[in-house]
Structure formats: structure tokens, C-alpha cells
Design a protein around this ligand. Structure first.
Ligand SMILES: [Zn+2]
Ligand SMILES: [Zn+2]
Length: 137
């Protein structure tokens, strides 16, 4: 997303965009997007400072680190970014900052459920779907 500071009026500027996750290089081995990232930006300018209030949303697929099952997570983040006005460079490119903010929230050890029972270390059965025959009685 790019903002032209000359287009920010006194009332501010609202921009909405849907970005392909691959354009921001957001996908990793464990994080897959199910659609575009929706970005809404409310931009205001006061003398030499530009403030951007962002709402980011999207849906991602993660693999549970315990049971290896794929599960869906809604990604939602609100944040505020500040930029200095530079007359020589009237376009502010937000992509790198947006990318960093999204990646910052990726879980290191994703869990499909905080109580996920994981896999049986003996037979590999998913213990969330009922016990296996090696369960201790
Ligand atoms: Zn799990
Ligand atoms: Zn088992």
C-alpha cells in the first residue's frame, strides 16, 4: 500500500486495499494464507508528521505443533504507524512495515487448541480423536 502525502486532505484519507500475501512475501513453511490480506488505513497529516492507523485482517492456515493437524486462524491486527513528511519523497510505501507487523504475530509453536493432546508417542494416533490401544488404563 502506498500513500501519496499530497492527497491527504485536512479531513484525512481512508484507503482500503486487498493484497495478495505473496506480494508481501508473507507465507512461510508453517503459515499459509487462505485469501488476500485486507488492509484499511486511516491517514492523517499534521504539519510534518503522517499518522497511519491500520486495520489488518485475513485468514491463515497453521499446522499444530503437537498433533500436526492443519487449522485455521483469523488474523486481525490494529496498529498505528508514524512517518515524517519528506517533500522530496511524497510517496510513503507501507508494505515493508505491514509485512513486519504481520510476521511478528506468527506463533512459534502453533496449537490447534491450548489443550491439544497431541499424538501418541508410541503409535502416532491423534489423541484428540479418542484414545488408542496403547493408552495407559
Ligand atoms: Zn493439535
Ligand atoms: Zn498409541
Amino acid at each position: 500500500m502506498k500513500i501519496d502525502i499530497n492527497k491527504i486532505s485536512l479531513e484525512g484519507l481512508t484507503l482500503e486495499e486487498q493484497v495478495n500475501p505473496s506480494a508481501l512475501d508473507l507465507e512461510t513453511d508453517i503459515v499459509k494464507f487462505l485469501g488476500p490480506v485486507k488492509i484499511k488505513a486511516e491517514v492523517s497529516k499534521i504539519t510534518n508528521a503522517v499518522t497511519v492507523t491500520l486495520s489488518l485482517s485475513g485468514s491463515i492456515h497453521l499446522n499444530c505443533s503437537r498433533c500436526l493437524r492443519e487449522f485455521k486462524v483469523d488474523l486481525k491486527k490494529n496498529l498505528r504507524l508514524n512517518y515524517q513528511v519528506n517533500r522530496a519523497e511524497p510517496i510513503i510505501d507501507l508494505d515493508q512495515d505491514i509485512k513486519e507487523e504481520i510476521i511478528l504475530d506468527y506463533p512459534i509453536k502453533p496449537l490447534c487448541n491450548p489443550d491439544c493432546k497431541g499424538l501418541c508417542p508410541k503409535c502416532g494416533e491423534n489423541l484428540n480423536e479418542g484414545g488408542c490401544s496403547c493408552a495407559i488404563t
